[in-house]
Design a protein around this ligand. Sequence first.
Ligand code: AMP
Length: 270
Amino acid sequence: MASPQGIGLVPTMGFFHAGHQSLIQRAVEDGPSVVSIFVNPLQFGEGEDFERYPRDADRDLRIAEEAGVDLVYMPPVADVFPADFATSVVVADLSALYCGHFRPGHFEGVTTVLARLFGLTRPQRAYFGQKDYQQSAIVRRLVTDLALGIDIQVLPTIREESGLALSSRNVYLTEAQRQAAPLFHQALIETERDMLAGERDGAKLLAKLERRLKKIPGFKPQYWALADPQNLQPKATATAGDVLLAAGHFGATRLIDNCVLGESKTAGQM
Ligand code: AMP
């Protein structure tokens, strides 16, 4: 698929929702496009949901075709990771923080599969969602460190009207959990509002966020953090552009979300 513009790659695990579709749409607008659908075994830990991860190839193919994607790449595991595959790609430090702390090996699985997919498809551009904020920071570092020359585009999180970030894993939620799930995003934007109203003390902001997260019915917060937007290091004092990162469980379902301070559409309201 040689082209002067090069190709744009949208790496996914399939089971498309509007979040995937926004990345796909942008890739199609920008030039020749490839969407990969690969449920990557390397990025799931023991006891996680690799086996039951939702899949619907027919529907995904239909959506990709309607969006005008040039190629959908749906390789079997043996094509991506042949039996003699021996390489691991680790972005040190960034991969150990936050989600990486609770999901050891997860980001190593992500960066290893991306390095392989980048090699297989040779994109000039690649598209990621801000919903996986830490992942996008790690991908940027990977591409810079290895001088891969890929333009990494990170697009905004697509949400339900309730504020809940779209995720393939939302299908696991029970009705009661679905009702409560929008409070997760709400807790983040209320904390953003505290910051915009003048509270800059990171510890105080995080204490408020913790209280809000712990009040969500059926939700078990895992971490909540205020971080530098680039290197993701924890911050003691908040400034606009910093990011609140959080994760937690509704039962066995793990959700993550984030909020870049000053960026929420609703931040100025109320
Ligand atoms: P996944 O299929 O979950 O691996 O996601 C594939 C890509 O879609 C990743 O770059 C995600 O960050 C992105 N993505 C997932 N959910 C959303 C969302 N709600 N809004 C925007 N991008 C998303």
